[in-house]
Design a binder for this molecule. Sequence first.
Ligand code: CP
Length: 320
Amino acid sequence: MRYFTSANQLGSIDEALAAAKYIKDNPFADQELGRNKTLLMVFFNNSLRTRLSTQKAALNLGMNVIVLDVNQGAWKLETERGVVMDGDKSEHLLEAVPVMGSFCDIIGVRSFAGLTDRDYDYAETIFNQFVKYSGKPVFAMETATVHPLQAFADLITIEEHKTKARPKVVLTWAPHPKALPQAVPNSFAEWMRVADVDFVVTHPEGYELDPLFVGDARVEYDQRKAFEGADFIYAKNWSCPGVTNPADYGKILSKDMSWMVDSEHMAWTDNACFMHCLPVRRNMIVSDEVIESPRSLVIPEAANRVVSAQTVIREILKSL
Ligand code: CP
């Protein structure tokens, strides 16, 4: 596997889930696979879960791990080709990436969307430079448009907690004070579309996700209608994806607090479980009562990040 960004790179979804179950039941069975292999994790943005879970996954596989926080201690990196580097950036990604590649066997990259230039973000400019110039397999630890390790962990969590063969899963937009990228809802939509679930997306008008990810999934603008009969509520904020109006890309179009998931919202569902990728703003996205309720899955969901990361890294190691 040269790079990992999406659901179809792990074979069928059933094969991916079976591999994840094997990892969960046998977390230390493949220590020889990673022996004398090094994972380099490169962070252009902050992280708690991705940093810890991916490192733990690599250690479970017997690997060595190096972590680079690009904005803390490294040279400031230029990412645009052709610029005169007379500013504060001392090194170009075009040299830095192959150098990083020379120190490791696999690279994980976290590089969020800038939310100012849709074409730049949706071209995955930074991630693709790692794929092109590192000479090593690269996997997404949340890039400008995708967060596959999160979506895979979400799917594993749904699989573990579902009580129906084909549960209803609702992705709902919720308000947030800051403009956030679309990577989490993009990947969640992509993975839910290939999973055996009844998938519905609900958000205010203007927040339509890119068709590349949401495809022909049902979009319901009435949040209450969307929640009716739901088995899983997945809350997330995202800024305007700029699908219907490119000029609005990355903007906050609504802070409507009536979209926050509280007990009244959960009462519309079929006793649904609550999910969120974390970190979450309490009493903006979700009420204290809902996130602390026995139906909240946010902690097991985060714990499954080790399983999703380990499944992906194991597949990459097998392909080396
Ligand atoms: N969900 C998630 O990716 O968390 P972090 O941003 O803390 O890594």
